[in-house]
Design a binder for this molecule. Structure first.
Ligand code: GAL
Length: 674
């Protein structure tokens, strides 16, 4: 059942990623025409085409790109043009091998694939500016060019950090600017431990190849440094594009769960954020918290709804609240996009199943409901050469329409109006916390993402819409703020959260919240450092549980079994809601509450869900408990109801078909629950 309004409001637009340089020129006009007929509006091109734009140093050949862009223009397509800096050509690398990055094992990463450059390389920076300027001078004012994508997927193939060459040379200077004196750096890193104190800046290297694990403070600053290099690299391109291509948007296509840089810093300066959504490949790498092979098998042909939804919500929030709210004067969407949407099988996971029938439509609908203004499929035609021949496209290798094409053709996008996502719940996220947490996980069962996802997933299972936002972002308007794994809480952040709680918001924190200082040490007065007063407690003990150990937790909601992690608290004003029993934490506080602040110390999806449900109810946030694989998301006055399961599911008096969705007017859903 699909309901649409009589006057179609601005709605979701579609696109695809095309590679004219991969096919004979006589195909270009036909492809553009076919894309238009399929209902696509945008085409993204040229992100890997440097060797064709500049075959020899300084010798540009724009003729083919002129023809390609004109062909799209003639068909009425709008072009997203990319700077080609993900693929510096052979002539440049052989002339300047110092551009190449160095991996954590100290090996130079060679030419012959992509992303073979060090963001800190002054030589590469110069060439990046040069090719960007040349492209922008040529196409900045072209009527078909709607906007720009910088580079392609920063961080892909583990390329955020280079552990030698230009990065190693630039790191000490970056530290000197940050700390001023070596005394300050030695103190901040705690270098007295194991005699790691430095007496000259040049002594400091990247934190790789150490005998035992490197100092986490050293690691944290190296990650911050590498992230700064990426932000600086991109900012140079953005400045040139702004100068020479006024009125066009500038964006970047971020990756699923990428961890190598601070996405908030790198996104600053872009008009909107885009990301690349590969639900099946992703599931091979990121199992939902607490799940095993059975869950991967169950969702093998759709991907897991919450893993994908989290990324949508994360990217929607990367630029704060200036997102997803309409069109500019030329009808260009301002909200986040999915720049690459899987539309068949991928080639890069250990296993690469075909999507279920209906999955491409399901993914598109979900993207819309989570704020996307455009979904652009990867790729138009399957590649017939090189690394990605096993990957699918909307067209098969032989140019016949593949299954994804049929699903796109069958979509009615007018049922997907653009507009805001009405979230009353915020999940807080921060890359410094991620880096610190993962550097000292203390449990092979845990990571920053698994802990964060446990809370996010519990919220989605309650049918609640969520904004994922930075831990220092504007918190006004949120009824419930959840900080699942923000281990780094400086004074200012503690003050910011305290103000939100004083303003009436409820705060729920996971284990290890406010454990560490901005330098990466622990607070000298223990967890919760500057948050202690607000929480009304101190950390007592933490217990890392091997997979065969568990810990009972009992309170008003019943008894739960905690796995992986259990920490207990010494209350100083807070009340104890749940208590540990059995094991070394017997009788100690597991879940505590101090006014509007709740801390959950143990890992158990059921416990987290139960505690969150109670807090949401108190905060008057409506919840709708959902069966596994059934999800609700709201946008622009409508509700998307989805069944991600490979079988029919009965829910709320209706039968949901496998891998299907329905767009409902909000009123319909609310009355169904009345
Ligand atoms: C993305 C990348 C594309 C292509 C695609 C294949 O990560 O941006 O260029 O490689 O994966 O799934």
């Amino acid at each position: 059942m699909t309901q649409s309004t009589s006057t179609p409001a601005p709605h979701l637009l579609l696109g695809s990623c095309d590679y004219p340089e991969h096919v004979p020129q006589d195909r270009w006009a036909a492809y553009a025409q076919q894309q238009k007929e399929l209902g696509l509006t945008f085409v993204r091109i040229a992100e890997f085409a440097w060797s064709r734009m500049e075959p020899r140093p300084g010798e540009y050949d724009w003729s083919w790109l002129d023809t390609a862009i004109d062909a799209y223009h003639a068909a009425g397509m709008r072009v997203v043009l990319c700077t080609p800096t993900a693929t510096p050509p052979a002539w440049l690398i052989r002339a300047h091998p110092e551009i190449l990055p160095v991996d954590a094992q100290g090996r130079v990463r060679e030419f012959g694939a992509r992303r073979h450059y060090d963001f800190a390389s002054p030589v590469y920076r110069e060439h990046s500016r040069r090719i960007t300027r040349a492209m922008a001078e040529r196409y900045g004012g072209h009527p078909a060019v709607a906007g720009w994508q910088t580079d392609n997927e920063f961080g892909c193939h583990n390329t955020s950090r280079s552990y030698g060459g230009a990065s190693a040379a630039a790191f000490p200077g970056w530290l000197e600017r940050r700390y001023g004196t070596l005394d300050a750096l030695n103190a901040a890193w705690g270098n007295v431990f194991w005699s790691m104190e430095y007496t000259a800046w040049e002594q400091i290297k990247p934190p790789n190849l150490t005998v035992a694990e490197p100092n986490p403070s050293h690691v944290l600053d190296f990650y911050r440094f590498a992230s700064d290099m990426i932000a600086g690299f991109q900012a140079e391109q953005v400045a040139i594009l702004r100068e020479l291509s006024p009125g066009r948007f500038v964006t970047h296509n971020f990756m699923i769960f990428e961890m190598g840089f601070d996405h908030y810093d790198v996104a600053r300066g872009l008009d909107f954020v885009t990301w690349d959504n590969y639900p099946l490949g992703m599931l091979e790498f990121f199992a939902p918290p607490g799940s095993g092979e059975d869950v991967k098998t169950h969702f093998a042909r759709t991907g897991h709804p919450d893993l994908i939804a989290f990324n949508h919500d994360l990217y929607r929030g990367l630029l704060g609240r200036k997102n997803a709210l309409g069109r500019d004067g030329q009808g260009t969407p301002n909200g986040p996009w999915v720049m690459e949407q899987q539309c068949g099988q991928v080639n890069w996971a250990p296993f690469n199943p075909l999507p279920a029938d209906g999955a491409v439509q399901l993914w598109t609908a979900q993207a819309w409901a989570h704020g996307a203004d455009v979904v652009s499929y990867f790729r138009w035609r399957a590649a017939t050469m090189a690394q990605e021949v096993m990957h699918s496209g909307l067209l098969r290798h032989d140019e016949t329409p593949d299954r994804g094409f049929a699903e796109v053709a069958g979509l009615d996008t007018t049922q997907f109006p653009v507009g805001g996502v009405p979230a009353k719940v915020a999940v807080l996220h921060d890359y410094d916390s991620l880096w610190l947490y993962d550097e000292q996980k203390h449990s092979a069962s845990l990571s920053y993402w698994t802990q964060t996802l446990a809370y996010y997933s519990a919220l989605r299972a309650l049918g609640v819409d969520v904004d994922v936002i930075h831990a220092d972002a504007d918190l006004s308007g949120y009824a419930v703020i959840v900080a699942p794994a923000i281990t780094l809480v400086p004074q200012q952040r503690a003050a910011h959260w305290t103000a939100a709680v004083k303003g009436g918001a409820r705060l729920v924190c996971g284990p290890r919240t406010a454990f560490r200082t901005p330098g990466g040490e622990t607070w000298a007065d223990g967890q919760f450092g500057p948050l202690s007063e607000l929480v009304g407690a101190r950390l007592l003990q933490y217990d890392s549980l091997r997979p065969t150990l568990s810990q009972h937790v009992t309170g008003d909601g019943g008894t739960f079994e905690a796995h992986a992690w259990a920490e207990s608290y010494r209350v100083k004003g807070a009340e104890t809601l749940y208590t540990y029993s059995g094991g070394p934490l017997d009788g100690q506080s597991a879940v505590i509450r101090h006014g509007n602040v709740t801390v959950i110390g143990a890992h158990s999806s059921e416990l987290i869900g139960t505690v969150l449900a109670g807090v949401l109810a108190e905060a008057d946030v409506a919840t709708t408990p959902l069966p596994g694989g059934v999800r609700l998301s709201r946008r622009a006055g409508r509700t998307l109801l989805q069944n991600w399961n490979p079988e029919r599911v009965e829910w709320n008096g209706q039968m949901l078909e496998p891998v299907s969705f329905t767009v409902l007017e909000d009123a319909v859903l609310e009355s169904a629950h009345a």
